[in-house]
Design a protein around this ligand. Structure first.
Ligand code: NAP
Length: 270
């Protein structure tokens, strides 16, 4: 008997937490299926996609560094992801067997803050890389006020504001924060092995939310400083689990089980 399965592909891939998340949900739902890591080098991407295209048990894959852009040349793009976010992190199979790509990072990022009232309120985002693109795309769909993007290279930040039709400004990393209702760190700063993100949070109002998408470490210095100031915080595992949840439904046709988020988070931080 064959089993439906999905994979996560990248180079390197051994660090990926995706198998843990998807296998936890498969087990909880009692779905007979599997989720594997596949070490795919850049030069082997086309052959990998071709080999899986004909394998009906293969339901799709998550895509990580360095394939998020190159994979767009191999699959259909019904949602116009190439022209919007410009990178795919998930490949799935349509009912007619066609492989299509999408990006679940934007939805995964927005899920934990969907209940916030951000209408017309200023937002600050640190970073202008791949993750920041997904974050700014998601924010461009909400009715937020002006967006300040702080980045080592402000020119890159300016390009992203224009690409997503957002009003606001691009600033260097040492610029003071605006009175933002939401501050998002979408840069690599604060991640294990990277320099810290050192911001003065005092301009933020008391009801501001500070969201760090970095998940290693889980409690970054930014989140610690925000909590010490009495601000609400959202950690990077929320987005990681959120993007995986959308992909899981595409692969296995079922939503992840409810009520076991804390158990999953504990498993991911062991
Ligand atoms: P990326 O495309 O390489 O972008 C990195 C960003 O960090 C850029 O804005 C870059 O500035 C900035 N940066 C890197 N090193 C810096 C330094 N030494 N000084 C100042 N700025 C620096 O990476 P990414 O894919 O966007 O990922 C960014 C972070 O998000 C990573 O920590 C990643 O793990 C995390 N992430 C989390 C999730 C989740 O589900 N929680 C999903 C995706 C990514 P320049 O533009 O000036 O180069």
């Amino acid at each position: 008997m064959t089993l439906p399965y999905a994979e996560v592909i990248g180079d390197p891939i051994s660090h990926s937490k995706s198998p843990l998340i998807h296998k936890f949900w498969l087990d909880r739902l009692g779905i007979s299926g599997d989720y594997r890591r596949a070490h795919v080098k850049a030069e082997d991407l086309a052959a990998y996609i071709e080999s899986r295209r004909g394998d009906a048990d293969w339901r799709g894959c998550n895509v990580t560094i360095p394939h998020k852009i190159a994979v767009m040349d191999h699959v259909a793009d019904p949602g116009g992801v190439r022209a919007s976010i410009g990178a795919m992190n998930t490949i799935a199979r349509a009912e007619d067997g066609t492989l299509f790509g999408t990006n679940t990072d934007a939805g995964g990022f927005f899920a934990p803050i969907a209940g916030l009232d951000l209408e017309g309120r200023p937002v600050a985002v640190v970073g202008a890389g791949g993750a920041a693109r997904a974050v700014l795309f998601a924010l461009s769909k909400a009715k937020i006020g002006p967006v300040t993007v702080l980045n080592r290279s402000p020119l890159k930040a300016m390009g992203l504001l224009a690409a997503f039709g957002l009003k606001g400004s691009a600033k260097p990393l040492d610029a003071p924060l605006p009175e933002a209702a939401l501050l998002v760190n979408a840069s690599a700063l604060g991640m294990t092995g990277q320099p810290p993100l050192d911001l003065d949070l005092s301009p933020l109002p008391d009801d501001a939310v500070v969201y760090d998408i970095v998940y290693s470490p889980l409690e970054t210095a930014l989140l610690k400083a925000a909590a010490a100031q009495g601000l609400e915080t959202v950690d990077g595992l929320e987005m990681l689990i959120g993007q995986a949840a959308i992909a899981f439904s595409l692969f296995f046709g079922a939503a992840p089980p409810e009520g076991c988020e804390d158990e999953l988070k504990a498993l991911l931080t062991q």
